[in-house]
Ligand binder design. Sequence first.
Ligand code: HEC
Length: 214
Amino acid sequence: MNLSYRNLKLITCGTFAVMLVAGFTSCGKKDVNSPGFEFMPDMYRSPSLEYYGTHIINGDTLNSSKLPVAGTIARGFIPYVYPNTPDGYTSAGLYLKNPLDYTEAIEKEGEVLYGKYCVHCHGATGGGDGKVGAKLPGPPPAYNVALKDLPQGKIFHSITYGKGTMGAHQSLLTQEERWKLVYYVQKLQGPKTVAVDSTAKVAAATPTVEPAKH
Ligand code: HEC
C-alpha cells in the first residue's frame, strides 16, 4: 500500500517535471515567427482561395475571380456606348444629353464631388489653377475661357475616359455622379458664348455617326 502510494507520488512528480521542462523549452524557441505546435492544423489552414488565383481543388480548376459571361451586363448597369475614340468624342458632343433633370440640389451634389475629385487640378473656380494641376506639364484649361462652349456630352465623355494627363474617372464615379458633375462644370463655364442650337434635339434623334453597340 505504502509502496504504491510512493510510486504514485513519483509518477505524479515526474509528470509535472516533464511538463515543466516541456513548457520552458517550448517558450525558448528561436524562431519568433513559428506559430508553435498546431493542435488541429485544418482549423488554421482552411483551403481558402487567394484573390485572382487559379486553384485546383478535387481535380477541378477554379479561378477565384471570374469574368462576367460574354454579352451580359450587371443588373442596373447602363453601358456607355460612345467609344474612347475621336469619333466617339465628337458623337458624344453632338448627341449625348444629361439624363438628370436640373435642380439646384443636384448641382450642389456635383459641387461636393468636384471638391473631392477635381478641385486639386482644376482649382476652386475651374480656372485650371489647382495645386496638382499647376505641377502637370500643361495645367488644365479654364472652364470659363478655353472650355466655355464645351458641350455637356464632351464634358461627360472626358470625365469618363480622361483626356491628356487627366485620368479616366469611370471606375471612380457612377454615371449619375458624372452627370451631376457635368451640371457643376457647366456652372463654372458660365453663360455660353455660342447660342444653344434649338435643333440639337432633332439632331439627337438622327445621329450621323452611330455610337458603337457595346
Ligand atoms: C490630374 C489632374 C486632373 C484631375 C484630377 C481632373 N482633371 Fe480634368 N483635366 C485635366 C487636364 C490636364 C485637362 C486638359 C486635358 C487636355 O485637353 O489635354 C483636363 C480637362 C478637363 C475637361 C475638358 C475636356 C475636354 O474635352 O476638352 C473637363 C470637362 C474636365 N477636365 C473635367 C474634370 C472633372 C469634372 C474632374 C473631376 C471628376 C477632373 N476633370 C479631374 C486635369 C485633371
